[in-house]
Ligand binder design. Structure first.
Ligand SMILES: Nc1ncnc2c1ncn2[C@@H]1O[C@H](COP(=O)(O)OP(=O)(O)O)[C@@H](O)[C@H]1O
Ligand SMILES: [Mg+2]
Length: 361
């Protein structure tokens, strides 16, 4: 699923109600070899799809973010015109912001529908969440149009930025939207001149729309996008006259015992999801712990890419397990490759380790 499918409410509904993927059976090497060609092809295909969609894992980062989001969103359910706190999640790419927020928004959607019903008292469909994802060079008018397009509003082709905003407000009011997620906000076209216009626009949304605004982006805090030199979050959110809570997501780190334990717990959870015939307990968490940390530098996005690609190769080549040899041949993104060399040197010199002293779990 890509973001295009989430740009519309039907796509969103589909995402929310999609049944959990079924895990392919774990067959032994012998059983796999005994499969007739067609069944073998089917089995490998099931595993390709499965390994490409592992997750989301309940990482400590995701769990902590969800706790914060529930606190804030639930405390915002006061009536009417009371000011609602906004949220800005600001962290580097590949740390799982989008993944965590979508998982939260899905739970929120389901809870609201369960408690309040599929329809509003006025008979409209209830849409507790509206999600807008920005792409390169989005202007204010495109942003307003994107909100309308989420609702498949017929008036999304013609009009001024202000008209689009008014129509979007109507949609959100009638569908009882409670949470407005704006992903990749850093793509909003942002020049000194338009900065004030944008901040006024978010002020307008925050004041008029009875929603919790949830911004997600990279470098939001220190963009200095306003000519006055106030930071982006400050400017957007101070202007709204409301309190905005900045939240972040951090990579895994291994310089404390607690950090090493979290890394290990996550690898244990991850290796249980792999469907390879030659896996052994501890394949990731014991044998590859240092290696995987060096290659991903603790970034969940890089780790999942590497594991996904590694599993594809392990199935294709019939090795049916992950080890350094195989993973060495798998390419990862450029940023983690660069940091990898330094970390590997440090691991080799035993200056650092990813292993907790006592292995709980
Ligand atoms: N909790 C998680 N469990 C499993 N995979 C995850 C998790 N969080 C992120 N990922 C993977 O990492 C990649 C990057 O995550 P994403 O949410 O897009 O990061 P961001 O929005 O911060 O750039 C995604 O492809 C996703 O599959
Ligand atoms: Mg993202």
């Amino acid at each position: 699923m890509d973001n295009l499918t989430l740009a519309r409410k039907e796509g969103w509904r589909h995402y929310v109600h999609a049944p959990a993927r079924e895990r392919p059976d774990a067959l032994t090497l012998k059983q796999i070899r005994a499969l007739p060609d067609k069944a073998r092809a089917d089995y490998d295909k099931q595993r390709r799809v499965w390994h490409a969609n592992l997750g989301p894992l309940k990482t400590p980062q995701l769990a902590a973010l969800h706790d914060d989001l529930w606190d804030i969103v639930d405390s915002n359910l006061q009536d009417g015109d009371k000011a609602k706190g906004a949220i800005a999640i600001d962290a580097f790419p590949g740390l799982g912001k989008t993944t965590a927020v979508l998982a939260f928004a899905k739970q929120f959607h389901l809870r609201e529908i369960t408690e309040e019903g599929e329809h509003t008292p006025d008979g409209h469909e209830r849409w507790p969440v509206c999600r807008v994802g920005l792409t390169g060079n989005t202007g204010m008018k495109d942003f307003n149009r994107a909100m309308l397009e989420f609702f498949a509003h017929p008036g999304s082709s013609r009009g001024t930025a202000t008209q689009f905003a008014h129509r979007a407000l109507d949609c959100m009011l009638s569908c009882h939207v409670r949470l407005l997620v704006i992903d990749d906000l850093h793509f909003l076209r942002w020049r000194a001149k338009s900065g004030v216009e944008i901040s006024n626009h978010f002020k307008y949304i925050a004041n008029e729309f009875p929603v919790t605004l949830l911004f997600i982006g990279v470098g939001l805090a220190d963009r200095g996008l306003f000519s006055e030199g106030i930071s982006y979050t400050d400017a957007v959110l101070a202007q709204t006259g409301r309190r905005t809570t900045p939240l972040d997501m951090l990579p895994f780190t291994v310089d404390t015992e607690a950090g090493r334990r979290q890394w290990r717990q996550m690898l244990l959870a991850l290796e249980q999801r792999l469907v390879l015939a030659n896996t052994i307990p501890g394949m990731l968490a014991d044998e590859l712990s240092d290696y995987l940390f060096a290659r991903s530098t603790g970034h969940i996005g890089s780790l999942m890419t590497l594991i996904n690609r590694g599993c594809q190769r392990a199935v294709r080549t019939g090795t049916e397990r992950l080890d350094e040899d195989l993973l060495d041949r798998v390419k990862n993104d450029a940023a983690s490759e660069k940091a990898r060399q330094e970390l590997e040197a440090a691991f080799a010199a035993r200056r650092i380790t990813t292993r907790p002293r006592r292995k709980a779990g």
